[in-house]
Structures are given as structure tokens and as C-alpha cells.
Design a protein around this ligand. Structure first.
Ligand SMILES: Cc1ncc(COP(=O)(O)O)c(C=O)c1O
Length: 392
């Protein structure tokens, strides 16, 4: 009999393992260019810091409502009206401990034992790991390069035919690790297919605001009943503050509230105060988004000359997924050598797709321009050596 008390075995999140190794090397005094973990180098907007300081001076900062501070929920409702031209009542907005906390609440509120959620591969690894840690099934389907490796209506239908208990579909646009955007028309077709199959759409919109052409549309425009997950971690550069949110259909708010009350009581109060300040830092955030856009251009222009071919175009977020087949068929080993020999930290593609990812590395480039130039120079010098002394 299986031991019911055994910890659930899940795979590592290699981006975080690389981050630990890179930080460890940097702590010994080595200069490391960090293209590994997906977080902006610049930290929270000054308006967020000021709001946090004011809250610390003014408030006891006790528990908020389990669903989050009323002022922040209202401010996000206003933000949806202002930024996305959709009406989202504050009662449907739940503040969470990052998008990560939102996924846990959404899966637990939505899925029953034995249910699965479908998602495209390559994709953000914690989707499948959170599902399996919670005892649900991750149904992964292989995305096609020409679709930006995104989930499509056809892939969803095939997954539903093959797995009778698919209850949810998870998509991210722009996506991690590719930066690919699911065009509005494809999102609408996917949403219709999901509805027809009784599958709940979950749209991860954490990279909204970081698509220079503004093509990413919120799923709420297409399907008001979609679950939308977002966070202050990326556009607002507040990774360590652990604050995000979800928008859910009304019928799920009660179950989510009871889960939140018991799992975390509430999201961190000081982070909610900071997030409220961040929502009004549009000019500051837009400036950082333009640094990211310039980095994307520089990396996509330089990579092919280094023998690193984009696996699919990057439209947004701050990632490029590059093919390393000219050098290696072992992305994990390639990343370890690049870190040790060139002082460049990257994430191996096996994080996002255990099979095809052996041929890919992901570069995260929410960095100042100078760091990106330095990293490209180091990679170029290192790979030039590999050309005269092959890796395998
Ligand atoms: C696609 C995607 N979703 C969710 C998250 C988790 O973000 P948070 O810091 O808000 O928990 C990340 C973090 O990298 C991500 O890339």
C-alpha cells in the first residue's frame, strides 16, 4: 500500500536551482551575468516603497480580509476599467500571495480528486508541479513552434478526447519561457472550445504590460467567466513582495474565500499597501518595459550570429527560448558549463519541456542594458572557443 504520509515527489524548478548556484558563485566574488531567474533587476517602483513606508508608520498592519484589502480590490477593479476597458466588480477580485498563491487557490477551488488541467509544453513548470503536489493531473500537450508553442483549440479538443477528466485549461500570454503571445482570435477560438467541453479557462496574464505592441488581451474581454491570474511580480517588479491576484466567476468566490482563510489567513498586509501604491506608477513601469523591449531586440538580433536560433519568436514578457543544437543536446550541462566557464547564468529548457527542452536554453532579460551587452559578449567569446573545441 502506498504510504499516505509520504511527501509528494515533484521535480525541481530548475530556474530556481540555477539561481541558487549563480547567487552562490556571485557571493564568492565572481562576476556573474544573470539571465536565469525571471525577475526584474530594478525592484519595486518608488511609489510602492513610499506606500509601504506610509503604511508601516500609520497602521498596525494586522490581518486583512482573507480575500484581500478592500482598497486594493477596488483599485484593481478601477485598473481593469482604465487599462483593459472591462468591468470587473471588486467582489470578483481576490488578492493572493503572488500568482503562485492564486494558482493554488484556483486549482483547489475548481478541481475534484482525479481531475486534470491541460496546458501546452513548453510551459511554466510550477503549473504541473503545483497540480501534482495537490493531487490533480497535469495533462501536457506538445505545442507547435508555428503557434508559439501555445495551447490551441485543436490541442485542447485532442486532450479532452484522450483524458475524460480534463476540467481546466491553463494558458499564459505572453508565455514563459517563450514570450509568445496567443493572438486575440486564437484566444477566442480556444475559449469557445473550452466552453463547449465544459472546461474552465485559466488565463495567466502575469506578463501583461510587457508586450511592446500591446497585442496581449485579457481573457476577460473574450470570456467574462474566465479565471484570470496576475501578479505584481513582473510588470511592477515586485517579486519578493509576494502579492498577486485572481479574478474568478462569482460562484467560486465563496470556496476560494474559505480556502484562503484556512491556508494563509490573508496575503501580506505591507505588500498589499505597496501594491496599491504601485498601481499608480504607470510612467515608471512603462520606462522599465521599454528597457525590456530594447533588450529583446538586442538579444534576438545577436543570437543567430552566435549560433543560437530562437525556438519561436518572442513577442513579450522578458524571455527568449534559444536552440543550442549547434553546440549541445544537453541543455542542463550546457547551462552548468556556461555558468562555470563564462559566468553567464541561464535556465535549461528541460525545466519547461523535459524532452524537447534538451535543445533549448531560456534567457531572462529584465536587466539593465549594460548587463545584457556584457552577457552577450561573454556568451559570444565562450561559444567561439566551443567552435574550435566542440562540447560533445
Ligand atoms: C508564467 C508565470 N506565472 C506565474 C509565475 C509566478 O509568479 P509570482 O511571483 O507572482 O508567484 C511566474 C513566475 O516566474 C510565471 O513566469
Amino acid at each position: 500500500l502506498a504510504n499516505p504520509f509520504a511527501p509528494r515527489a515533484i521535480a525541481p524548478f530548475y530556474a530556481m536551482e540555477m539561481a541558487r548556484e549563480a547567487a552562490g558563485l556571485a557571493a564568492t566574488g565572481r562576476s556573474i551575468v544573470r539571465f536565469d531567474v525571471g525577475q526584474p533587476q530594478w525592484g519595486a517602483p518608488p511609489a510602492a516603497l513610499a506606500a509601504a513606508k506610509a503604511a508601516m508608520a500609520r497602521d498596525p498592519l494586522g490581518y486583512s480580509d482573507a480575500l484581500g484589502a478592500a482598497a486594493l480590490r477596488q483599485a484593481l477593479s478601477d485598473w481593469y476599467a482604465r487599462t483593459h476597458r472591462v468591468e470587473v466588480p471588486p467582489g470578483r477580485i481576490v488578492i493572493t500571495t503572488g500568482a503562485s498563491g492564486a494558482f493554488q487557490l484556483a486549482f483547489l477551488a475548481l478541481l475534484a480528486d482525479g481531475d486534470g488541467a491541460v496546458m501546452a509544453r513548453p510551459g511554466y513548470p510550477p503549473y504541473r508541479h503545483i497540480l501534482s503536489a495537490l493531487g490533480f493531473r497535469a495533462v501536457e500537450v506538445d505545442g507547435a513552434a508555428e503557434d508559439g508553442f501555445q495551447l490551441t483549440a485543436a490541442l485542447l479538443e485532442r486532450a479532452c478526447d484522450a483524458h475524460p477528466r480534463v476540467a481546466a485549461a491553463v494558458l499564459a500570454s505572453p508565455a514563459n519561457p517563450t514570450g509568445a503571445i496567443l493572438p486575440a482570435a486564437a484566444l477566442a477560438t480556444l475559449s469557445q472550445a473550452a466552453k463547449a467541453r465544459g472546461v474552465q479557462l485559466i488565463s495567466d496574464e502575469i506578463y501583461h504590460g510587457l508586450d511592446p505592441d500591446g497585442r496581449a488581451v485579457t481573457a476577460l474581454r473574450v470570456e467574462p467567466d474566465a479565471i484570470v491570474i496576475n501578479s505584481f511580480s513582473k510588470y511592477w517588479a515586485m517579486t519578493g513582495w509576494r502579492v498577486g491576484w485572481l479574478v474568478a466567476p462569482e460562484r467560486l468566490i465563496g470556496p476560494i474565500e474559505r480556502l484562503a482563510q484556512n491556508l494563509t489567513i490573508c496575503p501580506p498586509a505591507v505588500s498589499q499597501a505597496a501594491a496599491l501604491g504601485a498601481l499608480y506608477a504607470d510612467a515608471w513601469c512603462a520606462k522599465r518595459a521599454s528597457v525590456v523591449a530594447a533588450n529583446r531586440k538586442a538579444i534576438l538580433a545577436a543570437a543567430p550570429a552566435l549560433g543560437l536560433i530562437p525556438a519561436t519568436p518572442s513577442d513579450g514578457a522578458f524571455y527568449a527560448l534559444l536552440n543550442i543544437s549547434a553546440y549541445s543536446s544537453d541543455s542542463f550541462g550546457f547551462c552548468q558549463r556556461a555558468l562555470a566557464e563564462a559566468g553567464v547564468a541561464m535556465t535549461p529548457g528541460i525545466d519547461f519541456d523535459p524532452t524537447r527542452g534538451k535543445a533549448w536554453v531560456r534567457l531572462a532579460f529584465a536587466r539593465e542594458r549594460a548587463a545584457v551587452s556584457d552577457g552577450l559578449q561573454r556568451l559570444g567569446d565562450w561559444l567561439a572557443k566551443a567552435n574550435s573545441d566542440p562540447m560533445e
